[in-house]
Design a protein around this ligand. Structure first.
Ligand code: PLP
Ligand code: ZN
Length: 414
């Protein structure tokens, strides 16, 4: 049933067995699973008949046995946003809403479902990660479900909701004094020395493939067609290139036709190494020290930055960096127009989309998908000061009435 052939180096094309390896042993290039596409016979109807989770595309995912977790992960809503579209003056706008992904409310459940299944197949007993928060939540939850030991490494400045969202599942949490990039460096050494299964280090090739499912779903949920534009957030750079890889694979096996969308990268201005490189015309991001409220995407030295830059360029997209005030405005706008509560990463993506629309880079009559990747209930501190306080009253009806009458008398219409 599996079409997985092995891992191939993205740079020198060397092929090797599908094991847990971080990089190409010849040139240190990133590794990508390769499949025997001729052996994959998959129709739209086959897919539509399957359960609504990421494994409905399992022939295109890098496992050799049966899925072990993620049975409710993915197939998140593609929300047609008519009120927000009216406000922005565009015709066809969608939010791909991974803020309600199962079980830990971010896009990371996709990548972890695949990496954890592969980790179990490869015989790992400890599941681990270096994380800006959401990944740790997801690794901890999936490890709990699989009965694996779990250690997650995070920077020591994360939001309370992100820390608690891991702690509840009972992993060992290591809060490291430093940035995500420091945490990641430490984890590479731990992976080498102790042989744990780090989903985003030595299992990264499998992990990254899980992100393709977001692209598959956009096509299927649009009725087996491509949109004109996709706006994606960028942190370590896993998601954006894999969305496009997924879009290309679907065309390759005959499930969709037409021109690929233009794919745009959004980052917070306080941590925008990839967007800066795109705008400067350089191939590699220059590392930065993050300073932004968008902590889940605050990665100053992105592992897959090069791939994001190449992908954005080949699709005819661009990059956009937005300041924290615009991120907050976008969080409120999405909540108030569409009833979707996202964290700063989603605010970044929407704010980036808005800027591209205003600049005319995204024409108003073309279809747009904005990827909302994380949930606002985990980062309530960023909006706590800006939301209205409740009206406080006694239990007496007359108090309510008095309040209502004074309020109504100040308003033209109710
Ligand atoms: C991890 C993450 C991203 C994107 O990360 P990549 O490393 O670029 O794949 C986007 N949004 C949220 C909420 C995340 O947690
Ligand atoms: Zn190589």
């Amino acid at each position: 049933m599996s079409a997985l052939i092995g891992l191939q180096c993205h740079m020198c094309q060397a092929l090797r067995p599908a094991e847990a390896v971080y990089a190409c042993d010849r040139c240190l290039g990133p590794l990508e699973p390769v499949y025997d596409y001729d052996a994959i016979h998959l129709t739209r109807e086959d897919i539509e008949r399957r359960p609504k989770n990421i494994w409905r595309y399992r022939e295109l995912l890098p496992i050799t046995g049966v899925p072990q977790t993620g049975f409710h992960t993915g197939f998140t809503p593609l929300v047609r946003c008519t009120r927000l579209a009216d406000k922005l003056g565009v015709d066809e706008l969608y939010v791909k809403d991974d803020s309600v992904n199962h079980p830990t409310l971010s896009y990371k459940d996709r990548v972890v479902s695949v990496a954890a299944t592969r980790a179990a197949e490869l015989g790992f007993s400890v599941l681990a990660c270096a994380s800006t928060g959401n990944l740790a939540n997801s690794v901890a939850a999936h490890a709990a479900r699989l009965g694996m030991e779990c250690s997650v490494f995070i920077p020591d400045n994360l939001e309370a909701g992100k820390r608690l969202g891991s702690a509840i599942f009972g992993p060992t949490i290591l809060a490291i004094a430093g940035t995500y990039d420091d945490v990641n460096r430490l984890c590479s050494q731990v992976a080498d020395r102790y042989g744990w299964g780090f989903v985003n280090i030595n299992l990264r090739a499998y992990y990254a493939e899980g992100a393709k499912t977001l692209g598959f779903e956009i096509v299927e949920q649009l009725g087996w067609r491509y949109p004109h534009h996709i706006v994606s957030p960028v942190a370590g750079g896993t998601l954006l290139p894999r969305i496009v890889r997924g879009l290309r694979e679907m065309k390759h096996i005959g499930l969709v036709d037409g021109a690929l969308p233009r794919v745009h990268a959004a980052q917070a201005a306080g941590c925008a190494p990839v967007v800066t490189a795109i705008l400067d015309g350089s191939d590699h991001p220059e590392p930065v020290r993050p300073q932004t409220i968008a902590k889940s995407i605050a990665i100053g030295n992105p592992a897959d930055g090069y791939q994001v830059i190449q992908t954005v360029r080949t699709t005819g997209g661009t990059g956009v960096a937005v300041p924290d005030e615009k991120i907050l405005d976008a969080i409120h706008l999405l909540a108030e127009t569409e009833g979707i509560f996202t964290e700063p990463a989603g605010g970044t993506t929407l704010a980036g989309a808005i800027e591209l629309i205003e600049r005319g880079v995204i024409p108003r009559h073309e279809s747009i998908v904005v990827c909302v990747t994380g949930n606002g209930y985990k980062t309530t501190e960023v909006v706590a000061d800006a939301v209205v306080e409740p009206v406080r009253l006694t239990r007496a009806f007359k108090d309510f009435e008095a309040w209502w009458e004074t309020r109504a008398s100040h308003r033209v219409s109710v």
